[in-house]
Design a protein around this ligand. Structure first.
Ligand code: CP
Length: 299
């Protein structure tokens, strides 16, 4: 499942459902009684796995799964295709994270239950994008007419790739890509933006563009995807958003981050009313509840 599997109209329905869930949790508390979610995580996670599990429990369902490939039969050489066939016998829906790009898609093609991509390598992170879009929509009222700065590791950051992919479908969104030259947005994304005539620019300095932004989407430098530690150490603290930098921003600019953060947002920003990254985590639960209900055809 990718956000692009849904039309913009279908996404609107999903977000409306998520907002209804947010305000009427009790109404949904029994919707998934008797249903099971399997979380198959071959890579570490805090938010995505636990928010999926929390979402299913909030809906009255149950959860099974593994959070480490080494505790599954992948460690004995079992393929993702075989694993999902097995999981299909146990659960009604599966959320899968895998270090190999495309693995959840392969699983989905062999599965008799819905398989949700919970992050595949440096490729995509569709449910983080649903979370990001719901956060933008809920806090600003609509997804259109804004400038978003994406800052940090735009090469390996899968949340960035998914978010750009989704936002190009909304009207009048301008992108500012802020990264060191080594961590620029991949060429295939730039080609897509050029083909679609979407306005964007690539810069190195965050300070230079701060005052233009309506949203600033900070990202962590993805240590686990680097080929050598030396490059990671050189680049990891390239950007640090702190309260001094926030003085350059619009009074209503919102700071988003998929989390986890390392050093790229100083904790002194957390108390700034424009810091929306912990609210974003909460929206992640509502949108995953909406997604589970939609994919299980329970709405
Ligand atoms: N945002 C996100 O994917 O966080 P986790 O790696 O903790 O799931």
């Amino acid at each position: 499942m990718s956000p692009l599997d849904f039309t913009v109209e279908e996404l609107e329905n999903l977000f409306s459902l998520a907002n209804d869930i947010e305000h009427n949790m009790d109404k949904y508390a029994q919707k998934c009684v008797g249903k099971k979610l399997a979380t198959c995580f071959y890579e570490p996670s805090t938010r995505t796995r636990l928010s999926f599990e929390s979402a299913m429990l909030n809906l009255g369902g149950s959860v099974i799964g593994f959070s480490d490939a080494n505790s599954s039969s992948a460690s004995k050489g079992e393929s993702v295709s075989d694993t999902i066939r097995v999981i299909s016998c146990f659960a009604d829906i599966c959320a899968m994270r895998h270090p190999k790009e495309g693995a959840p898609m392969v699983a989905a093609s062999k599965s008799s239950i819905p398989v949700i991509n919970a992050g595949d390598g440096g490729h995509q992170h569709p449910t983080q994008t649903l979370t990001d879009l719901l956060t933008i929509r809920s806090l600003k009222g609509e997804i259109k007419d804004f400038t978003i700065g994406l800052c940090g590791d735009l090469k390996f950051g899968r949340t960035v790739h998914s978010l750009i992919n989704a936002l190009v479908r909304y009207p009048n969104i301008k992108f500012v890509f802020i990264s060191p030259p080594e961590l620029k947005v991949p060429d295939y994304i730039i080609s897509d933006l050029n083909e679609k005539n979407i306005e964007y620019k690539e810069v190195i300095s965050l300070d230079e563009v701060m005052s233009e932004l309506d949203f600033l989407y900070m990202t962590r430098v993805q240590r686990e995807r680097f080929f050598n530690e030396e490059d990671y150490v050189r680049l990891k603290d390239f950007y640090i958003l702190d309260s001094h930098k926030m003085e350059l921003a619009k009074k209503d600019m919102l700071v988003l981050h998929p989390l986890p953060r390392v050093n790229e947002i100083s904790v002194d920003v957390d108390d700034d009313p424009r810091a929306a990254y912990f609210k974003q985590v909460q929206y992640g639960v509502y949108v995953r509840m909406a997604l589970i209900l939609t994919l299980l055809e329970l709405v």
